[in-house]
Write a protein that binds this ligand. Structure first.
Ligand SMILES: CC(C)(COP(=O)(O)OP(=O)(O)OC[C@H]1O[C@@H](n2cnc3c(N)ncnc32)[C@H](O)[C@@H]1OP(=O)(O)O)[C@@H](O)C(=O)NCCC(=O)NCCS
Length: 316
């Protein structure tokens, strides 16, 4: 066997729903503005004591349950995140310990909102190289810890979540990744401190520049991911891009000509959940059986860096 496939997805979202109306008065914004410009109706926000590792573990448990595999079957754990407060040990090691996976390869990866597609590719490559047989790949972010809750141009966009996939040896199922970055645009999205000791880091972005880049530069790259998988975009059963903004999602799907695909718009009810957004949206579509098993689905992440990564997978 020379490839890998995703056999299950699972997700976790915190209990607390924050509606646009709840933010409107305090921030000088409105439900109508947020719906029209971003597409978000509400988002989930984690409790102060709820960590990235807590959310990641819950999502991994859900994916593992649906896979029919046990912790003993897993030999690689990869966590894509950019919001873990505790840096050592890695979130992957914390999750492995809680799930009872005794000796996996385990590491975190930071490619911001592109993280899940990078991590899925890393798992696929490890399995192809015979360095692992079965992996749990998790995307998780708790953006609420790093937002300026007085800045209406950023805090209304995001939500907290985790989602995961179980990936194993198979003849095929995860297509070649197309990944890259535009480091000259690194200033467009940042989560930086003023230096050591100058906490907390706060999320900032140049919204219009990111919007322009996402709606002009990314469609040709997404098309390359389809071409590398040998899939005509018209035959895609699903398009699951990073859930940043409904207008970006729809523009991308239109530009690549995904005329028959279910286009994920989970951003409406979850906000932008960073590295979690792609597996979260796909996990829900699978749960509702809105994409047929085995249908080709384009995953396409983009975010700070500016980074991007995409691949076509067979829907579990
Ligand atoms: C952030 C974003 C929603 C802003 O929408 P926009 O239409 O570009 O809005 P602009 O930034 O041009 O701002 C237009 C006006 O709306 C105002 N505004 C910004 N946020 C607002 C809000 N929540 N409510 C009301 N007004 C708001 C601005 O202050 C500005 O007012 P001004 O004209 O008086 O200066 C949009 O640029 C976007 O989604 N960009 C992509 C960001 C992204 O995806 N980031 C994550 C990538 S991983």
């Amino acid at each position: 066997m020379t490839g890998s496939t995703a056999i299950s997805f699972g997700h976790y979202q915190p209990n607390r729903t924050v509606t646009n109306d709840e933010l409107a008065d305090r921030l000088g914004t409105s439900d109508a503005w947020i719906r029209e410009r971003v597409g978000v109706h509400s988002r989930r926000v984690a409790a102060p004591g709820e960590s990235v590792a807590d959310m990641a573990t819950a999502a991994a448990e859900a994916a593992l349950r649906r896979s029919g595999c046990s912790a003993a079957d897993v030999d690689l754990v990869i966590v894509a995140t950019c919001t873990a407060f505790d840096q050592m040990p890695s979130v992957a090691c914390r999750v492995a310990e809680r799930l009872g996976i005794t000796a996996p390869g385990a590491f975190d990866l930071n490619a911001a909102c592109s993280g899940f597609s990078y991590a899925l590719a890393a798992a696929d490559h490890a399995i192809r190289a015979d360095a692992a047989a079965r992996a749990i790949v998790i995307g998780v972010d708790k953006m609420s810890d790093f937002l300026d809750w007085t800045d209406r141009s950023t805090c209304v966009i995001f939500g907290d979540a985790a989602a995961a996939a179980v990936v194993e040896h198979a003849p095929a199922g995860i297509g070649p990744v197309v990944w890259g970055s535009a480091p000259a645009k690194r200033h467009c999205i940042t989560l930086e401190t003023a230096g050591p000791g100058a906490l907390p880091a706060v999320f900032r972005q140049e919204g219009q520049a990111v919007f322009r880049w996402a709606t002009t530069a990314l469609a040709p790259i997404a098309l390359r991911a389809c071409r590398r998988a040998g899939v005509d975009p018209a035959d895609l059963g699903g398009v699951v891009t990073h859930q940043a903004n409904v207008r970006i999602i729809q523009a991308l799907a239109r530009k690549i000509g995904a005329i028959g695909a279910v286009v994920a718009t989970d951003v409406t009810e979850s906000g932008n959940t960073s590295a979690a957004s792609i597996p979260l949206a796909l996990s829900k579509l699978i749960e509702r059986r809105e994409i047929a098993a085995d249908a080709p689905v384009l995953l396409f992440g983009f975010g700070a860096g500016l980074t991007y990564a995409g691949q076509v997978i067979n829907c579990p």
